[in-house]
Design a protein. Structure first.
Length: 75
């Protein structure tokens, strides 16, 4: 008997031992997993394949330190 068959049998036995309301929850969860597996990506392909344009080298004197951007000593 294959490992997958053994796992399936063990899962079925666990489900059979549940009360009916819990079996309904298992069924809902399985439906959710199936739906999620079939879900399409949210972004259209063109948006996912948008090319990143190089902006060149980072300017030597440019800093992103808060103090230098806002001049408020980080407050």
């Amino acid at each position: 008997m294959s490992m997958q068959t053994q796992l399936m049998q063990a899962l079925v036995e666990k489900i059979r031992s549940l009360p009916p309301e819990r079996i309904a929850e298992v069924e809902d969860f399985v439906d959710f997993l199936k739906q999620r597996a079939q879900a399409k990506p949210h972004a259209p392909p063109a948006a996912r394949e948008f090319p990143v344009i190089s902006v060149g080298q980072w300017p030597e004197g440019l800093s992103l330190r808060r103090e230098e951007i806002y001049g408020d000593d980080g407050r």
